[in-house]
Design a protein around this ligand. Structure first.
Ligand code: ATP
Length: 323
């Protein structure tokens, strides 16, 4: 008779670079602490379909540097229902899973909360390029996505300078402008438009471009968060109003891919190990989080009630430095 406890691990929602490093950390710390570890493919969909297999230390070899997620990810509408959650618990029990580690964004955590509130133990690890989970100052994948966008900005800047153009760049972030504000600062944007803040195109975009031109600027960068959208229309409006040749670039899914940065690999490793240590110590239903650079954790119900806002100082800094 095998008395070992078994952890299930899945990745859910949008993929993020560093998810693999988190899976590796969960599998290896799990085995280190004496758990069996089962990898569940395609998020909650795989849990409902019994699409899973036991993992060992070698299953996660040659993995830490790879983007995407070997467990694959999915969005499951069935799991969004009460019956779906009940079925998930039944399937977990059929496969002998005692606790589930969910690596994903806040939607995925809501699914975990439903499991927890029905008595099935969970642990959540924040991984989304958007950095929009309130209980943590950092989510796995954010740093890699920022660097991918920055690389694109540097390339766009070269051609924008050569042609004295304005570039309008749409970056990911449906409800949150963390990517947008950070790359606006790191890329020296004249203007940044965030989903969190109402904007006036003449005041917030046209005026800084005109002011810049009067000060001798040769090219311009406007960053738009996906949640605001309309990059092509905004580019047309800028060209019409200012006579500066303007091109829109929508970066899209390139922002999700790529080998994770050192920071994402290390953070994923720390968070994955922390999640498993919590289970080993008898805790459950926690969201692993980072606060002031330290790895900590919060009760899942409390974590999902927290709110997060963009630091106003960052918006101010971007305005000052765009002079
Ligand atoms: P990202 O931030 O990258 O989009 P996410 O984890 O927020 O990631 P979602 O699509 O919101 O992505 O959620 C992933 C999955 O979690 C959903 O497809 C669904 O199966 C499950 N889920 C979301 N919300 C709930 C909920 N309230 N109850 C149960 N399950 C949920």
């Amino acid at each position: 008779m095998n008395n070992k406890r078994t952890i299930g691990v899945l990745t859910s929602g949008g993929d993020a670079p560093g998810m693999n490093a988190a899976v590796r950390a969960v599998v290896r710390s799990g085995i280190y602490y004496g758990f069996n570890v089962i990898g569940i493919r395609k998020g909650y969909e795989g849990l409902l379909n019994g699409d899973m297999e036991e993992m060992n230390v070698r299953s996660v070899g040659d993995l830490i540097h790879r983007g995407g997620t070997i467990l694959q990810t999915a969005r499951s509408s069935e799991f969004n229902t009460d019956a779906g959650v009940e079925k998930g618990i039944t399937m977990a029990k059929v496969f002998g899973i005692d606790a589930l580690v969910v690596i994903g964004g806040d939607g995925s955590f809501r699914g975990a909360k439903d499991l927890s509130n029905k008595g099935f133990p969970t642990m959540c690890i924040p991984a989304t390029i958007d950095n929009d989970i309130a209980s943590t100052e950092y989510t796995i994948g954010f740093d890699t996505a920022l660097n991918t966008v920055q690389d694109a900005i540097d390339k766009i800047r070269d051609t924008a300078y050569s042609h004295e153009r304005c570039s309008v760049l749409e970056v990911m972030g449906r409800k949150a402008g963390y990517i947008a504000i950070n790359v606006a600062i790191s890329g020296g944007a004249e203007a940044v438009i965030l989903p969190e803040k109402k904007f006036d195109i003449d005041v917030d975009i046209i005026k800084p471009i005109m002011d810049g031109r009067n000060r001798g600027k040769k090219h311009y960068l406007v960053v738009i968060a996906e949640g605001v959208g309309g990059a092509v229309e905004i580019a047309e409006y800028i060209e019409k109003k200012t006579d500066v040749k303007t091109r829109a670039t929508i970066l899209g899914h390139i922002q999700r891919g790529g080998s994770p940065t050192v920071y994402d690999r290390v953070t994923a490793s720390r968070m994955g190990a922390h999640a498993v240590k919590l289970l080993k110590d008898g805790h459950k239903d926690r969201v692993v989080s980072m606060q002031q650079g330290l790895i900590t954790d919060f009760d899942i119900n409390e974590a999902l009630l927290m709110k997060k806002t963009i630091d106003k100082e960052m918006i101010e800094i971007n305005k000052i430095l765009a002079l």
